[in-house]
Design a protein around this ligand. Structure first.
Ligand code: PLP
Length: 453
């Protein structure tokens, strides 16, 4: 039976509870049927350039048959075996990930970014216990950061609105302000600001008693919280502080990894070596669910004891699913063959240059980016940098969509600061796609009022 688009939409409303939504009040949604390159098509045949790669994840673009084939071949050969034992795709993927990390990590596989972070927290706490420092149980993260939705990952998230009505969450998660280079105080140059922001972490560690702090978790660049690009010296300074106080550094690469900001992993842009790296999304370009928690050998070795409680007592059924591992390996090969991390750096620079004229609009406070990760911060007044209203941001986002470009906006960061329009297109996009993005953003901006609402 052929169903009309209207019928599908009606069923969608009745049966599918969408992310971040309540009972549907008739708000229009898109039902996507197909994808090809950087473009998606909805059930009514409308085409859109997906400027968000789904949810920051379809890094190699849509329609890659070789990824479907990799999953198919693995499913035919050996569809499933749990990682209570072993299987070849998991081993091969670990080897490949270590090549990309230029390190020697062990990988605990799971199914989502949230889970990868939960596992990092459990590993960090147990590591300290087995390393003779059982009081280290607290975690430090930043306001505006997003680390996922499960009770620990949500506790690490620094966005109060997302937690409201779900609290109390896991205890022991503390927050400091993030670097916000657009609002850097005039008296500090970027380097001094980077040092000062890292000092916020150090002060918190000192005030909490260093011997109670297990780890710092951060993204190289805060993505969902508003594309907050730190000064270059910030991450090295945080790493140095962590080392000084015996605190582990967990880097959340769920979005910044796999070429998004112009290097294989985001932290490589800043020259640091994390103790734990969490990853998801781009690991398979979202063709199949997979995440991983990469743990340095030093930490892994602390789990070598033979006592009943000295093992990592964590298990999940689907983590490291053979088909997902096979897809991930093929996905990384595509990225290597097409030099997508390098392409991300180059095209990102070109896009930023093209978008710099947006900054002349009175409601654009800042245009920033690294690789193919871009934020356009809308303000109602340039002088005070007062954030634009949600209505202005929504008008810009829907203006882009009407013209065939999907863009995102930052999530529930802090009251009034949901004013950053985001772009994270597939790294494989064409030069024509890049021009389309620039043109569409400019024309959609022209429709916004010049003066503050
Ligand atoms: N960490 C970061 C930085 C993310 O952006 C996300 C999701 O957007 C997560 C963790 C959680 O990943 P997932 O949605 O797969 O649980």
């Amino acid at each position: 039976m052929i169903q009309s688009a209207r019928e599908w939409l009606e069923k969608d409303r009745r049966y599918v509870w969408h992310a971040m939504s309540g009972y549907p009040s008739g708000a229009s949604t898109l039902v996507i049927e197909q994808g090809d390159g950087a473009w998606i098509t909805d059930i009514e045949g409308n085409r859109y350039l997906d400027g968000m790669s789904g949810l920051w994840c379809v890094n190699v673009g849509y329609g890659r048959e070789e990824l479907a084939r990799a999953a198919y071949e693995q499913l035919v050969k050996m569809p499933f075996y749990p990682l209570t034992r072993g299987h070849l795709p998991a081993i091969e993927l670990g080897e490949k990930l270590n090549e990309w990390l230029a390190g020697e990590y062990a990988f605990f596989y799971s199914n989502s970014g949230s889970e990868a972070n939960e596992i990092a927290f459990k590993v960090a706490r147990q590591f300290h216990q087995q390393n003779g420092e059982p009081e280290r149980w607290k975690f430090v993260s930043r306001y505006r950061a997003y680390h996922g939705q499960t009770m620990g990952a949500l506790a690490a998230t620094g966005q109060a609105q997302r937690k409201y009505r779900y609290e109390p969450l896991a205890p022991g998660f503390l927050h400091v302000p993030p670097p916000d280079s657009y609002r850097r105080p005039d008296e500090l140059d970027p380097e001094a600001y980077g040092r000062e922001c890292a000092r916020d972490i150090e002060r918190l560690i000192q005030w909490e008693l260093p011997e109670t702090v297990a780890a710092v978790i951060l993204e190289p660049i805060i993505t969902g919280g508003g594309i907050l690009i730190p000064p270059d010296n910030y991450l090295p300074a945080v790493k140095e502080i962590c080392e000084r106080y015996g605190v582990l550094l967990i880097v959340d690469e769920v979005i910044c990894g796999f070429g998004r900001i112009g290097t294989r992993f985001g932290h490589q842009s800043y020259g640091i070596e994390p103790d734990i790296v969490t990853m998801a999304k781009g690991i398979t370009s979202a063709y199949s669910p997979l995440s991983a928690t990469a743990v340095s050998q030093r930490i892994y070795e602390a789990f070598a004891g033979s006592g009943e409680y000295e093992r990592l007592r964590h298990v999940n059924t689907f983590g490291g699913h053979p088909a997902s591992c096979a897809v991930a390996i093929r996905n990384m090969q595509i990225m290597e063959d097409e030099e997508l991390p390098e392409r991300s750096a180059e095209l990102g620079e070109r896009l930023l240059k093209d978008l710099s004229e947006l900054g002349e609009h009175p409601q654009v406070g800042d245009v920033r980016g690294k690789g193919l990760l871009v934020g356009i911060e809308l303000v109602s007044e340039k002088q005070s940098k007062r954030p634009a209203s949600p209505q202005t941001v929504a008008a810009f986002v829907s203006g882009c969509q009407k013209r065939g470009l999907i863009v995102g906006k930052n999530g529930d960061t802090a009251a009034g600061y949901n004013n950053v329009v985001t772009l994270a297109p597939p790294l494989s996009l064409t030069e024509g796609d890049l021009e389309f993005i620039g043109e569409t953003l400019k024309r959609s901006l022209e429709d916004l009022p010049e003066s503050a609402e």
